[in-house]
Unconditional design. Structure first.
Length: 400
């Protein structure tokens, strides 16, 4: 490779929100292509937190905030899961006083502070010409905010929930579905051995794609999702019937963490919130399991049915990416560089109907992406609804 003496510009890249397999391949793709095109690449550490904590002094040690990326660095991690740049749920527009960096505490001392002016100055200090945030709708919504402030931003969608608007696919979704199918099938032996009803809680705060796809693939008999408040008595009746007709005498339901009982609300671990105002979900699987056991005698000749209750949690987001989450991030990274080389910014790289493309970045904040219940969910059977797959995209339920 010919030595590049003149740097065309500086590209910053960061990962925010939850980790998923596929982030490192995306960082690798951006970095290798950018370097070969003559750009310098800076990896911002810990998501937006790296741009909040930076000290604008060339003599300061900012190694905790950013690092210069090279081909050697990204090649070593490009096949692994997680993000070697680390991540956080920091929202620079809503920083509590307790999280203000020491060098800014004299200026920002309100209970809640907007550090966007500091972020913009820090981007200028680093000489970043283009910024590539990789994240879900929370992380990318702040990217939209910076774009509207004049920063050149190109966004890459990432989230296991697959709920970033404007795209059919977000990095991490395929591995999550793959892991869910694998783990559900592994747990079947215990469910069958003890003739129980198995309740598995999966990720999905507002969208039920991670419960829908494994169920459609045959891993579960039923699923309950955030988009439709379910009747627990109907769910119990269906699962008892599924168990009865199964030669191994067990049945399985996938429960999205954001699923809600009919007449109820989301179940939270506590009342604390993250920087984006989200309470930590958790516990709906426990409640569903207890209710099913209590109601099961009504549909099982007066006899209660025991259950297996398992929260899959971080097991589906850890480890190496599958094939799709190795290939799509590579393509997304190169799409981002194509836009930069064309002088285009303010875009979200996407997959739509099986084709790579890009759309205006503000789609992230202008709409929401959910499972369309009337089209894809059978409310009477509490499972995916489908008739024909002709001309549908790979993962069936699109962003439209």
């Amino acid at each position: 490779m010919a030595e590049i003496n003149e740097i065309k510009g500086v590209i910053g890249i960061l990962t925010g929100g939850g980790d998923v397999p596929g982030l490192n391949p995306a960082i690798r793709a951006v970095t290798i292509r950018a370097i070969r095109e003559g750009y310098r690449v800076l990896g911002i550490r810990r998501g937006w937190a790296g741009l909040v904590g930076l000290v604008r002094d060339k003599a300061a040690d900012n190694s905790n905030c950013y690092q210069v990326l090279t081909e050697d660095i990204v090649n070593k991690s490009g096949r692994t899961g997680g993000t070697f740049l680390h991540t956080s749920r920091t929202h620079p527009g809503h920083v509590p006083q307790s999280d203000i960096p020491e060098h800014l505490q004299a200026e920002y001392n309100a209970p809640m502070n907007d550090l966007t002016p500091e972020v913009i100055k820090n981007l200028e200090f680093l000489g970043i010409d283009y910024l590539i945030p990789i994240g879900g709708d929370d992380t990318l919504s702040y990217g939209v905010h910076l774009y509207k402030k004049g920063m050149k931003v190109i966004a890459i969608p990432k989230t296991m929930d697959n709920d970033v608007p404007g795209t059919d696919y977000c990095i991490g979704f395929s591995t999550c579905v793959t892991r869910t199918i694998q783990m559900t099938n592994s747990l079947r032996t215990s469910a069958g051995s003890h003739e129980r009803i198995m309740v598995l809680e999966v990720f999905g705060r507002y969208a039920g794609f991670t419960a829908m796809l494994p169920t459609m693939a045959g891993s579960a008999n039923r699923c309950v999702i955030p988009e439709y408040k379910f009747n627990i008595e109907l769910l119990t009746e269906l699962l008892v019937a599924d168990r009865r007709t199964n030669p191994s005498k067990y049945s399985v339901v996938l429960v999205s963490e954001g699923a809600m009982f009919e007449g109820g609300d989301m179940v939270f671990q506590d009342t604390t919130t993250d920087a984006y105002g989200h309470k930590k979900l958790g516990g709906i699987g426990d409640l569903v399991s207890a209710e099913i056991k209590a109601l099961s005698p009504k549909f099982n000749n007066g006899k209660p049915i025991s259950f297996i209750n398992q929260k899959l949690g971080y097991l589906v987001r850890g480890g190496d990416p599958d094939a799709i989450d190795s290939i799509v991030p590579m393509a997304y990274g190169n799409l981002a560089l194509d836009l930069i080389l064309s002088g285009v910014h303010g875009r979200l790289v996407v997959l739509k109907n099986g084709r790579y493309d890009n759309v205006p970045i503000d789609v992230v904040t202008s709409t929401k992406k959910f499972v369309k219940v009337e089209k894809y969910y059978n409310k009477d059977r509490l499972r995916p609804l489908y008739k024909s797959f002709e001309m549908l995209p790979l993962f069936i339920m699109t962003s439209e």
